[in-house]
Design a protein. Structure first.
Length: 192
């Protein structure tokens, strides 16, 4: 079946750093795969992660798996968007197309920012807000040992509260509580 004939679901998670977006995707992916869907995780900010990796490599250092330099990512995101406002979303769209051509049934983005939600929604992405209390988010960010924390008040983080998501997960309890919400979301997504 040609790509244009195949329905490909698209889901983008957004929320402040430490809310649990990546953890949500780690729970959601096996639920969707168990329903027979081929899932591809495509990160909107992959170019930023690539430059972050090159930056640390040039210094002769390496970030641990899952660790980030939030201040550097904020800086890079601002400058990518200033120099080429459409680059991150256009690059993401190209990588989504490649994932779709490789047979993905469902595309998952776990790092959407409020500034990108309009274009993502226009591109057919269902939006999922993941939220958590500020104290819990801060504790989680401290646990993952980021080099520096990204700012919650960074311009790319602002405006998410005014977005009306298709789904919302409140991550304020245990991982088991979050997983139950994610399984329920996965069942809805797999049924569409």
């Amino acid at each position: 079946m040609a790509l244009t004939e195949r329905a490909i679901s698209r889901v983008a998670l957004f929320g402040l750093p430490g809310a649990g977006k990546s953890t949500t995707v780690s729970f959601l992916t096996p639920v969707l795969e168990a329903a027979g869907l081929k899932v591809s995780v495509v990160k909107l900010a992959q170019p930023l992660y690539d430059v972050q990796h090159a930056f640390y490599g040039r210094l002769g250092e390496e970030l641990a798996p899952g660790q980030q330099d939030g201040a550097l990512l904020n800086f890079l995101g601002s400058h990518f968007r200033r120099i080429s406002p459409d680059f991150l979303v256009a690059d993401f769209a190209r990588r989504c197309e490649a994932a779709a051509l490789s047979g993905a049934d469902l595309l998952l983005c776990d790092d959407a920012r409020p500034v990108d939600l309009g274009p993502l929604a226009a591109g057919g992405f269902r939006l999922v807000r993941v939220s958590a209390p500020d104290a819990l988010r801060s504790a989680r960010k401290a646990q993952r040992g980021d080099q520096t924390a990204g700012r919650d008040d960074h311009p790319t983080e602002l405006g998410g509260e005014s977005v009306i998501p298709d789904f919302e997960l409140v991550n304020e309890g245990s991982l088991a509580t979050l997983e139950r919400q994610v399984v329920a979301l996965g069942e809805v997504l797999a049924g569409q």
